[in-house]
Write a protein that binds this ligand. Structure first.
Ligand SMILES: C[S@@+](CC[C@H](N)C(=O)[O-])C[C@H]1O[C@@H](n2cnc3c(N)ncnc32)[C@H](O)[C@@H]1O
Length: 498
């Protein structure tokens, strides 16, 4: 339950005061990590609290903030007063940001720096309490993955569906005229509202309701969603299970979102899906997009067997009471058995509204590495797949000119032989974004190097045939399928795509 005063400041100037306090103290990702001596926030989990306390023992505003919100330890009331000056501790207590514990104060919420934002959300210990159903999660690995993959083109209106603390809405506020952060959980909406004010983001509106209910009649250029995708027999947490069977929440979003997308608008959903025994996962997902009027590209980052999946999520989110795990685990596994689920796919679904033409579906494995933001690579990936649709016929493909991507890198490993240096292996990779990589033979390497945007790929095929002393017709099939693969992964760019 929320108290009416929780997560609001009575004095609206206090939002700016709090932000000012945090900035002046140097409470930034970089500042904090330098003090505690870890490379990133996830690494904090493996660091002993005693060590963190020692590194923050000197009295300073920054050390007090780190102790309060990161280490989550009690702090001397005087130190808290000093750290937040000129903001009154009473205002923080009334807003539910800190609480009094005898002569000490502790954090009532988590408050973290993220890039140039400050984000509040629930303390992880809430997952062990009775009010855990409404738990509002913070910046998790799924959050960061979606943020990194988000298409960051200018958008007239963006929707963050299942916004939680509002992080995607705030990141989108920088490239959107207006943003709606919508969530079913009233507590999440309160956090998002508080965070929007704390970060002075006046173009973000926070709305409460089920899925698209709060945005009826709106159209968006971008919809992003990290829904409660965990596939389990439970409906314990709004943030995790969403209370629907299997992967139905994602399927529902896929089915309903087209109505809310402008032509050319993107919807990106980070999610898990069930992979059924005896059924190709791509076929199952393909059906989800029938009749949506959207092109759809599924990028699968991993597939986890049901046992590992259950174990990971139970350990990560269920109440950890001694002896409880076997019972929980069996319940989850019985659920998967009865639904014919053998594994769980995880990845990103991106849809693009394509009015007035036939739409396409593609499903690929994601690269092992992603280097930096990938939104541009997603947009480029759509352009490349559009091209591949039009060049389904080999003759059209062979009549095209390609450029090698400026991000392509080629490494040759050669060895000396009596006939001169011989390539042992040739490795290609992309240096930015969706960093696909793989081995190619030196014939393909030579073809790639010669793709300068001026020569038709059929010419390069003929040259390759000559060096192989083969008839071009003989190599045509495998040559075209390799070229398609190189286009699909972003190594070769057809005209009009940069
Ligand atoms: C996995 S959390 C994601 C939070 C945040 N967007 C992020 O990426 O870190 C899923 C969010 O969806 C919300 N949610 C669950 N069911 C919903 C529904 N039917 N309609 C709207 N939001 C829902 C939850 O309250 C939760 O905040």
């Amino acid at each position: 339950m929320l108290h009416h005063s929780e997560l609001t400041f009575k004095d609206t100037d206090d939002y700016a005061r709090l932000r000012d306090v945090l900035e002046k103290a140097g409470y930034t990702d970089k500042g904090v990590l330098e003090v505690i001596g870890v490379k990133d926030f996830p690494s904090m989990k493996g660091t002993d609290v005693q060590l963190l306390l020692r590194r923050t023992k000197d009295r300073s505003a920054l050390n007090t903030l780190i102790r309060l919100f990161l280490i989550e330890t009690e702090c001397d009331t005087e130190a808290v007063k000093e750290a937040f000056h000129p903001l009154k501790p009473q205002a923080l207590i009334e807003a539910g940001i800190v609480k009094v514990d005898g002569n000490f104060m502790t954090a009532a919420v988590k408050l973290m720096p993220y890039k140039n934002l400050y984000i509040t959300f629930d303390l992880p210990c809430m997952l062990q309490s009775d009010s855990r159903t409404n738990y509002v999660m913070g910046i998790g690995s799924s959050t960061l993955t979606l943020a990194n993959l988000t298409v960051r083109k200018p958008s007239r209106m963006t929707l963050d569906l299942g916004a939680g603390c509002g992080i995607h809405a705030f990141l989108a506020a920088g490239h959107s005229r207006s943003v709606i952060a919508a969530d079913l959980n009233p507590r999440a909406v309160r956090f998002a509202e508080f965070n929007a004010k704390l970060n002075s983001l006046s173009n973000v509106q926070c709305l409460e309701g089920d899925l698209f209910g709060p945005v009826k009649g709106h159209k968006f250029d971008l919809v992003v969603s990290n829904p409660p995708f965990v596939i389990s027999p439970e409906a314990r947490y709004i943030y995790r299970d969403g209370g629907m069977e299997g992967d139905q929440i994602t399927r529902k979003i896929v089915g309903r979102v087209p109505e809310f997308l402008n032509d050319g608008g993107y919807c990106q959903i980070l999610c898990n899906w069930a992979e059924l025994r005896g059924q190709d996962w791509k076929e199952r997902l393909h059906k989800w997009f029938d009749g949506t009027g959207c092109d759809a590209w599924v990028l699968r980052s991993e597939s986890l067997d049901a046992e590992t999946y259950a174990q990971t999520w139970i350990r990560h989110t269920e109440k950890s009471e001694p002896g409880l795990f076997p019972e929980q685990f069996e319940k989850w596994m019985d659920y998967y058995e009865s639904h014919g689920i053998s594994s769980m796919g995880a990845g990103l679904i991106t849809m693009r509204r394509s009015e007035g033409r036939a739409s396409w579906f593609r499903a690929d494995d994601a690269p092992e590495r992603m280097d930096g933001p990938c939104g541009d690579a997603i947009v480029r990936g759509f352009g490349l797949r559009d091209f591949l649709e039009t060049a389904a016929d080999d003759s059209i493909l062979l009549d095209s000119e390609f450029c090698v991507s400026p991000e392509a890198r080629l490494e040759r490993r050669s060895k000396p032989t009596p006939e001169g240096w011989l390539d042992e292996s040739v490795r290609i990779s992309l240096a930015k974004g969706l960093s696909y990589s793989g081995n190619i033979d030196h014939y393909i390497a030579n073809m790639l190097i010669n793709c300068d945007g001026r020569r038709k790929i059929s010419e390069l095929m003929n040259e390759m045939a000559q060096s192989l002393q083969a008839e071009p017709e003989k190599i045509k099939g495998s040559f075209c399928s390799i070229v398609r693969h190189l286009v699909q992964q972003g190594f070769l760019l057809p005209p009009g795509i940069d």
